[in-house]
Write a new protein. Structure first.
Lengths: 353, 170, 496
C-alpha cells in the first residue's frame, strides 16, 4: 500500500465525503419530489405517479432525463450572464450549507471526522450566511429575465426571504445561548445527555423558538403556505417563468435541497441531531461495531424525513397567505416573539447559573 | 503573503473597482457584493472566521441584497440609460484619479515604513464569537447601547420620508 | 447615583423624552395639534440643561468624571457644550412650536428627531473614545439629514436633504477612515492612549494622514472651505428653524471633537495640523465672505456667512491650548446665540411656506414689522462684530489668541474679511430699512408672533446682548474649560 501523509489522507477522505454527500443529497432531492407527489396524491384521494417502474419509483429518473433532453431556451431580451448565473447561485448555496451538517455521531478515522464534511466552529453562522446569499439567485433570475411576472415573483420572494431571515436568525439565538457555541457539533452534544428529555425543544424549553423557526423556514424556502412567489394564478410561475431545461431543474433542485437543509438544521438545533431519543438507555445493546456507528445516522435521517413529511402535510392542508398578511405576520408577530424568546431564555440561563 | 490572501484581495479590489465603473446600477451593487465577499475572504485568511462570516451574513446577505431589492423595485436600470456615458478622460475622472493615486501612494508609503509600537511576535488576538461578545458587553457597552438611539432616529427618519404628509395625499 | 448614570444624565433625559414623544404620538388622534408633544420636548431639553448644570456642581466638587471604561469624560469642557446644545435645542423647539401650519406635517417626529440629534451631539462632546464620537456624529447627522428635508414635496427641500445626505455620508466615511488609520498607527481609538502611542512612535506618517482624514470629515460638518459646497443649497431648502439648529449645535459639537482630538489626542503632531488648520481657516473666511457678496436669497447669504464664521472659529485653533479652547468656546456660544436668533426671525417672518426669501422681498420690511426688523438688524450687527454685541467679543478673543501666538498674518486676513463681511450684511440691513417697492413684503400678510416664539427671540437677543456687554461671566467659565490631558488613564493597557 502506498504511504500517504496525514494531509493527503485528509484531502482524499474529504473529497470522498463530498462526493458521497452530494450523491446522497441529490438522490434524496429527487425522491423527495416523488415522495411529495405520492403523499400529496394520497392526501387528495388519488394515486400520484404510479406508472414508471414499480410504485412509480423510476419517476424521478424519467423526469431527470426529460429535463436534460429538453431544449434550453434563452429568450433574446435576457441579461445573459446573470440569467445563467442565477440558477447556479441558487443551487450552489443550497448545497454548500449541507457541508456543515454532522450526519452521525463523531466517528474519526485517522483524525478525520467521517460523518461531517467540515467541522467549523462557526458552522451555524456559515449556514445562515450561505442561505442569505442564496437570495441573490432568486433576485437575479427575476431581474435578468426581463419579464414582468418574473420580476414580481422575485420581488415578492426577495422581500419575503429578507423579512423572515430576521425571525429565523433570532429564533436560533436561544439555542446558541444554551449551547454557548456556534459549532453544530457542540450544539448537538449539548442536547444528547438524556435522550429526548434534553433536546432543545423539550428540555431546553425552546418550543417557541422551534415554532418560530419552523414558520420562518417555510417562508425562507418559499414553501406553502408561503409560496406566493410561485402563485400560479397571479404570476404564471414566478421568478423561473423564463427558465427551461436544466436551468429550471437547478431552481427546482435548489428548492428541495433547501428544504432538506432546513430540515437538517431543525433536527440539529431542536431535536438532538444524530443522537438517539432514548439517550444512553439502548447503548448496551449496540456497544460496539458497525451498528453503533450507523444507528445515529438512522436517527438523523428519520428525523429529517419526519420534517419533510411535515412539509408535505402542511402543503396539502393550508391555503396560501395574502401578501400583506404574510408581511404583517413576519414583522409584527414572529419577530417580536423571537425577541421575547431570546429575552426569556437569557433570563432563565442567567438565573440558573 | 499566501495565495489565498492574494486571491481574496484581488476579488475585493476588483469587485469594488467594478462597482465604481459599471454603468448599470444593478451591476454596480452586485460587484460591490462581490467586493464584500472578498473582504470577508481576507478576514478568513487572517483566521477571523466569526468576523468573516458575519461580514457575509450582514453585508452581502442583508445590506447589498436590500440595495439590489430597492433598485429592482424602483427600476434603477432605466435610470442608467438616462445617464450620459462617461468619458474616460473627463476632467472629473482625471482629477479624481490623481487625488486617489496621491492619497493611496502616501498611504502605501506610510504602511510600508510603519513600525509597530510593540514587536508583533505575540499571537494574533482571538476574534471568536466569545471575544467579540465580551468586548461588546464590557469596553464597548456604551457604543453598543447608543447605537440603539442611532437606529431609532434612522427609523423615525425613514418613516418621515416614506409616509406621505396630508398635503401630499390630498 | 452611580457614576455611569450621572455621567450620562443629560443624554438620558433627552433620550427618554424623545422616546416618550414617539410613544405618545400615536395616542394623540390624527388631525389634532401635536403641540403637547412640543411642550414635552421643551420640558425635556430644559431638564437636560438642568442635568448638565447639576453635573457641573458635581464636577466642581469632585473633579472630572469618567464612566463606561473611560469612554465618557465629564469635565467643564463637555458640560459647557452640553449646556450650549441644550440651550440651542430649547430655543429651536420654542421657536418651531407654532411653525407647522397644518397639524399633520409629522410634527411629532420633528420634535423626536431634534431631541435624538441633540443626544448625538452631546455624546460627541463628552466622549473621549473616537468610536463613540463616530456614533454620536452619525446620530446627529442622520437626524439633521431628515430635518433638512422636512418641508416635503418642495423641490428645494428634497435637494437639500439628498445633497446633505450624500455629501454628509461621504464626509463621515472620511472621519471613519481617519479613525481606522489612527487605530493602525497607535493601537487605540481612545484620546488618551492615542496621545501616549504617538509619543513613542517612530513613524508618525500614518497618524498624520489620519489627522488629515479626521480634519476632512469634521471640516465638512462645520462647513469649512473647501468642504463647504453643500452649505448654501442645504440651508436654502431646509426649514428656517432647522437651519438655525444645524448651523450651530452640530457645528459646536464638531468643534468640540476637533478641540479634544487635536489638542489632547495628537499634540505631538501640532506642527503638522496647525498648517492644515490655517489653510482651512483662510479658505473658509475668504470663500465664505466673497461668496456671500453675490447672494440674493437671504438663507443662502446666511449660509455663506456661516462658512465664514467657521473660518473665524478655526483661527482660534492657532492660539495656545488654553486660548484656543477659551476663544473657540466663547465664539461658538455667541455664534449660536446670534445665528439661531437670525434664523428664528426668518422663520417668524416667512413661516412654513417660506414665501419671503430674497433680499428684494425684504425691502421695506421695517415699515410693516418694525420689531422684527430691529431684531434682525441687531443679529446682523452682531454677525458683523459691532461692539456691544456678542459677535464683537467673539472675534476679539479669537484674533487676540491668534496674534498672541504669533499668527499675525492670520489676524490680518481675518480682520480684512470682517471688513468685507460688513458689505453684505449691511446690504440686507439697508434693504430692510428702505422704502418698500410695489411687489415687496408689504403685501404679504402679517403672521402673529406667538408667546413661545417671542420667548425664544427674547432669549437669543438677550444672550447676544449679554455676551456683548458682560462677556466676563462666560469667559470665566470658559477659561476653566480647557480639558485636562488624560495622561493618567492613557497608559493603562486596553486588553482585559
Amino acid at each position: 500500500m502506498i504511504h500517504l501523509s496525514a494531509f493527503q489522507i485528509f484531502l482524499l477522505l474529504t473529497v470522498l465525503k463530498i462526493a458521497v454527500v452530494l450523491v446522497i443529497t441529490l438522490t434524496a432531492v429527487a425522491y423527495t419530489v416523488l415522495l411529495e407527489r405520492k403523499v400529496l396524491g394520497r392526501m387528495q384521494n388519488r394515486w400520484g405517479p404510479s406508472r414508471v417502474g414499480p410504485f412509480g419509483l423510476l419517476q424521478p429518473l424519467a423526469d431527470g432525463i426529460k429535463l436534460f433532453l429538453k431544449e434550453d431556451l434563452m429568450p433574446l431580451a435576457v441579461e445573459r450572464p446573470l440569467f445563467v448565473a442565477a440558477p447556479v447561485i441558487a443551487l450552489a448555496c443550497a448545497l454548500i450549507s449541507i457541508s456543515m451538517v454532522p450526519f452521525g455521531a463523531e466517528t474519526t478515522y485517522q483524525g478525520v471526522d467521517l460523518f461531517q464534511i467540515a467541522n467549523i466552529n462557526v458552522g451555524l453562522l456559515i449556514i445562515l450566511g450561505v442561505t442569505s446569499i442564496g437570495v441573490y439567485g432568486i433576485a437575479l433570475s427575476g431581474w435578468s429575465s426581463n419579464n414582468k411576472y418574473s420580476l414580481f415573483g422575485s420581488l415578492r420572494s426577495t422581500a419575503q426571504v429578507i423579512s423572515y431571515e430576521l425571525a429565523l436568525g433570532l429564533s436560533l439565538v436561544g439555542v446558541i445561548l444554551r449551547a454557548g457555541s456556534l459549532s453544530l457539533r457542540d450544539i448537538v452534544n449539548s442536547q444528547s445527555a438524556h435522550g429526548a428529555r434534553s433536546w432543545n425543544i423539550f428540555g431546553g424549553l425552546q418550543i417557541v423558538g422551534f415554532f418560530i423557526y419552523l414558520m420562518a423556514a417555510y417562508a425562507e424556502t418559499n414553501r406553502s403556505p408561503f409560496d406566493l412567489p410561485e402563485a400560479e394564478s397571479e404570476l404564471v410561475a414566478g421568478y423561473h417563468t423564463e427558465y427551461s431545461s436544466m436551468k429550471f431543474a437547478m431552481f427546482f433542485m435548489a428548492e428541495y435541497a433547501n428544504m432538506i437543509t432546513v430540515a437538517c438544521v431543525a433536527t440539529l438545533l431542536f431535536f438532538g441531531g444524530a443522537s438517539s431519543p432514548f439517550g444512553h438507555l439502548t447503548d448496551h445493546l449496540f456497544a460496539t461495531g458497525f451498528i453503533h456507528a450507523v444507528l445515529p445516522i438512522f436517527w438523523f435521517v428519520f428525523k429529517v424525513f419526519s420534517f419533510i413529511l411535515l412539509y408535505i402535510w402542511v402543503r396539502a392542508t393550508l391555503p396560501r397567505f395574502r401578501y400583506d398578511q404574510l408581511m404583517g405576520f413576519g414583522w409584527k408577530f414572529l419577530l417580536p416573539l423571537a425577541m421575547v424568546n431570546i429575552l426569556a431564555t437569557a433570563l432563565v440561563l442567567a438565573f440558573r447559573s | 503573503m499566501s495565495l489565498f490572501f492574494l486571491i481574496t484581495a484581488a476579488i475585493a479590489i476588483g469587485g469594488t473597482l467594478a462597482a465604481m465603473t459599471r454603468r448599470n446600477p444593478i451591476h454596480c451593487i452586485l460587484s460591490l457584493a462581490l467586493g464584500l465577499v472578498g473582504v470577508a475572504g481576507v478576514y478568513l485568511a487572517l483566521g477571523a472566521q466569526f468576523v468573516g462570516f458575519t461580514q457575509i451574513l450582514v453585508y452581502v446577505g442583508a445590506v447589498a441584497i436590500l440595495a439590489t431589492f430597492a433598485l429592482m423595485m424602483t427600476q434603477g436600470h432605466i435610470v442608467s440609460a438616462l445617464i450620459e456615458p462617461r468619458r474616460a478622460f473627463s476632467r472629473s475622472s482625471v482629477s479624481g484619479f490623481v487625488t486617489a493615486a496621491g492619497v493611496f501612494s502616501v498611504l502605501g508609503w506610510a504602511a510600508q515604513s510603519y513600525r509597530p509600537l510593540t514587536p508583533s511576535t505575540q499571537q494574533a488576538p482571538a476574534a471568536g464569537a466569545k471575544e467579540v461578545g465580551v468586548a461588546l458587553m464590557h469596553t464597548y457597552v456604551l457604543p453598543l447601547e447608543v447605537i440603539g438611539v442611532l437606529l431609532t432616529a434612522a427609523l423615525i427618519g425613514a418613516v418621515v420620508i416614506a409616509l406621505p404628509s396630508e398635503e401630499e395625499r390630498s | 447615583m452611580s457614576t455611569n448614570l450621572l455621567a450620562l444624565l443629560p443624554e438620558l433625559v433627552l433620550t427618554i423624552t424623545g422616546v416618550l414623544v414617539m410613544v405618545l404620538e400615536p395616542v394623540i388622534p390624527a388631525g389634532k395639534s401635536r403641540k403637547p408633544l412640543g411642550w414635552l420636548a421643551i420640558l425635556g431639553s430644559l431638564l437636560s440643561g438642568l442635568a448638565a448644570f447639576y453635573q457641573l456642581q458635581i464636577v466642581n466638587a469632585q473633579g472630572t468624571l469618567t464612566a463606561f471604561y473611560s469612554t465618557i469624560q465629564i469635565d467643564p469642557f463637555s458640560i459647557f457644550f452640553h449646556l450650549l446644545i441644550a440651550a440651542v435645542v430649547l430655543v429651536t423647539l420654542l421657536g418651531s412650536l407654532d411653525y407647522f401650519e397644518s397639524p399633520i406635517t409629522h410634527a411629532g417626529e420633528y420634535f423626536a428627531l431634534v431631541l435624538f440629534g441633540a443626544v448625538g451631539m452631546m455624546f460627541m462632546t463628552s466622549s473621549v473614545e473616537l468610536l463613540m464620537v463616530f456614533i454620536g456624529l452619525e446620530i446627529s447627522s442622520i437626524s439633521t439629514y431628515i430635518l433638512a428635508g422636512f418641508r416635503k414635496g418642495r423641490a428645494t427641500a428634497s435637494e437639500s436633504s439628498i445633497k446633505y445626505f450624500l455629501l454628509g455620508s461621504f464626509a463621515t466615511a472620511f472621519f471613519l477612515y481617519g479613525v481606522a488609520l489612527i487605530y493602525g498607527a497607535t493601537g487605540s481609538t481612545s484620546i488618551g492612549p492615542i496621545a501616549a502611542g504617538l509619543a513613542i512612535t517612530r513613524t508618525p506618517t500614518m497618524a498624520i494622514l489620519a489627522v488629515a482624514m479626521v480634519l476632512i470629515g469634521l471640516g465638512f460638518k462645520v462647513s469649512a472651505a473647501p468642504f463647504h459646497v453643500w452649505t448654501p443649497d442645504v440651508y436654502q431648502g431646509a426649514p428656517a428653524p432647522v437651519v438655525g439648529l444645524m448651523s450651530t449645535a452640530p457645528k459646536a459639537a464638531a468643534f468640540a471633537v476637533l478641540l479634544r482630538f487635536l489638542f489632547n489626542g495628537t499634540p505631538m503632531l501640532h506642527g503638522h495640523w496647525i498648517l492644515l488648520i490655517e489653510i482651512l481657516a483662510v479658505a473658509s473666511m475668504c470663500l465664505g465672505n466673497l461668496g456671500a457678496l453675490k447672494q440674493h436669497d437671504v438663507k443662502r447669504l446666511l449660509a455663506y456667512s456661516s462658512i465664514a464664521h467657521a473660518g473665524y472659529l478655526l483661527v482660534a485653533f492657532t492660539g495656545t491650548h488654553q486660548n484656543a479652547v477659551a476663544g473657540a468656546c466663547f465664539y461658538t456660544a455667541t455664534y449660536a446665540a446670534m445665528n439661531v436668533g437670525a434664523f428664528l426671525v426668518l422663520s417668524q417672518l416667512s413661516g412654513f411656506s417660506e414665501r419671503i426669501r430674497s433680499i428684494e422681498d425684504f425691502t421695506g420690511l421695517a415699515l410693516k414689522r418694525p420689531g422684527m426688523s430691529a431684531l434682525l438688524g441687531f443679529f446682523l450687527l452682531s454677525l458683523i462684530g459691532i461692539p456691544f454685541t456678542g459677535g464683537f467679543f467673539g472675534k476679539f478673543y479669537v484674533f487676540s489668541g491668534a496674534l498672541q501666538n504669533g499668527h499675525v498674518w492670520l489676524g490680518i486676513v481675518g480682520l480684512a474679511n470682517s471688513g468685507v463681511a460688513c458689505f453684505y450684511y449691511l446690504r440686507l440691513l439697508a434693504a430692510i430699512y428702505s422704502r418698500p417697492t410695489s411687489d415687496s413684503v408689504a403685501y404679504i400678510p402679517v403672521r402673529k408672533v406667538t408667546a413661545p416664539a417671542a420667548v425664544a427671540l427674547a432669549a437669543t437677543a438677550l444672550a447676544t446682548l449679554g455676551l456683548g456687554i458682560l462677556p466676563n461671566k462666560l469667559v470665566h467659565l470658559v477659561e476653566r474649560a480647557t480639558p485636562t490631558t488624560t495622561a493618567a488613564v492613557a497608559v493603562q493597557p486596553t486588553q482585559q
